[in-house]
Design a binder for this molecule. Structure first.
Ligand SMILES: Nc1ncnc2c1ncn2[C@@H]1O[C@H](COP(=O)(O)OP(=O)(O)OP(=O)(O)O)[C@@H](O)[C@H]1O
Ligand SMILES: [Mg+2]
Length: 356
């Protein structure tokens, strides 16, 4: 017989190994008078997964979340959350989930802890439970020192963190986050993601979120790409990008003419292109090919960059459109991030074999 703490640990371990499906959606449709918001959506989400729904404005992301959270009824199809039918067992569904809306719904005239208290009372928590969890969650979201301040004095990021704390106070098994980071600065967005990762790790909560940020969708275990109410792709981000199949290597050498000729002689099946001062080549498996390329070229390599296809490339490939053609603000932020990320892959300076 093990000790009590060993038993508790065993239960936690078993629940963490439990990869059963906590969300099941079958052929879900939602029609409004003039528009079909969802046109036959099917997917499932496993316990402990961070599952992302990625799509442009009007794709049907909020509609999907609203149905799963019982705020809206489907026109047809089925959906189960934690084993409960969202139409016929809505109370059970609501008790087992937490929700962060796309629009903030905090009461600005109340303090941070008053907002939490209101929510705790709605869910029937005892005062003891409320006090324990309030402290735990406000510390987790780094708002403990601000607990007595009115929400109207909070920044956008602080409000979002408080909403996250509120959505968690009744210990939900599944957390729905509708655009949790929209409009926040990159630093605060990163912070929200730190909470999301730590929630999954520490509490094994299943997280279902929507986003228009491609870089954030990459953080998810699996991503469904929604377009015009239809799921056009669903897989792990790395598998989705592998569909594109090609990595892009750009490099500059001290003599591009010789480098280009040598490359063509040795790797005739990969077409090489000159783009400005760079040579550019698409290959199937960039990280394996990169060291081969470095060895095959005799002029000294000045710079080299390996760029992998992005989820934007995937969306473009499938739909023929960019995910957010009209959203200037988000596009500009993504551009900045792309720059940061690509610089990680860069190999600068005289670091190839010629100098060894
Ligand atoms: N109550 C409603 N009545 C009529 N049409 C609606 C209603 N709610 C949503 N729609 C329409 O359904 C479609 C999907 O909307 P939804 O809010 O689910 O999109 P979304 O993917 O969340 O978009 P966004 O990224 O802008 O939040 C849109 O065309 C929208 O105009
Ligand atoms: Mg939405």
């Amino acid at each position: 017989m093990g000790t009590l703490s060993e038993k508790v640990e065993q239960i936690i371990e078993e629940s963490q190994n439990d990869t059963s499906e906590v969300i099941q959606v079958g052929n879900l449709k939602k029609r409004y008078t003039n528009i079909t918001a969802l046109n036959g959506v099917s997917f499932s989400v496993k316990r402990g997964e961070v599952f992302g729904l990625l799509g442009p404005n009007g794709a049907g992301k909020t509609t999907t979340i609203n149905i799963l959270c019982t705020l809206s009824q489907p026109s047809s199809g089925v959906a189960y959350v934690n084993g409960y039918d969202v139409v016929h067992e809505s109370a059970e569904v609501r008790n087992s989930i937490g929700l962060l809306f796309q629009e903030t719904i905090l009461d600005n005239h109340l303090t941070a802890e008053e907002n939490l208290y209101l929510h705790a009372m709605l869910y029937g928590l005892s005062r003891k439970e409320y006090f324990e969890r309030k402290k735990d969650l406000l510390k987790f979201c780094e708002l403990w020192n601000k607990r007595k301040a009115k929400v109207e004095t909070f920044s956008g990021g602080m409000k979002r963190r408080l909403e996250l704390a509120r959505a968690l106070i009744h210990h939900p098994q599944v957390l729905f986050l509708d655009e949790p980071t929209i409009g926040l600065d990159p630093q605060t967005r990163k912070k929200i993601w730190d909470y999301i990762f730590s929630l999954r790790k520490k509490k094994n909560i299943t997280i279902f979120l929507t986003t228009q940020y491609l870089s954030e969708a990459e953080n998810c275990d699996r991503v469904a790409i929604l377009d015009n109410g239809i799921i056009v792709a669903l897989d792990r981000p790395e598998n989705l990008k592998r569909m594109i199949g090609e990595d892009i290597i750009s490099f500059r050498t001290e003599n591009n003419q010789i480098a280009e000729r040598e490359f063509q002689e040795k790797f005739s099946k990969f077409p090489i292109k000159r783009v400005g001062k760079e040579l550019r080549v698409k290959v199937d498996n960039g990280d394996k090919f990169l060291p081969i390329l470095v060895k095959a070229i005799s002029p000294r390599i000045i710079s080299m960059e390996l760029r992998r296809p992005t989820l934007e490339d995937v969306f473009l490939e499938i739909t023929g459109r960019k995910i957010r053609e009209n959203n200037k603000e988000i596009n500009e932020e993504e551009e900045e991030e792309k720059f940061d990320l690509s610089s990680l892959f860069s190999i600068f300076g005289p670091s190839n074999k010629k100098n060894e």
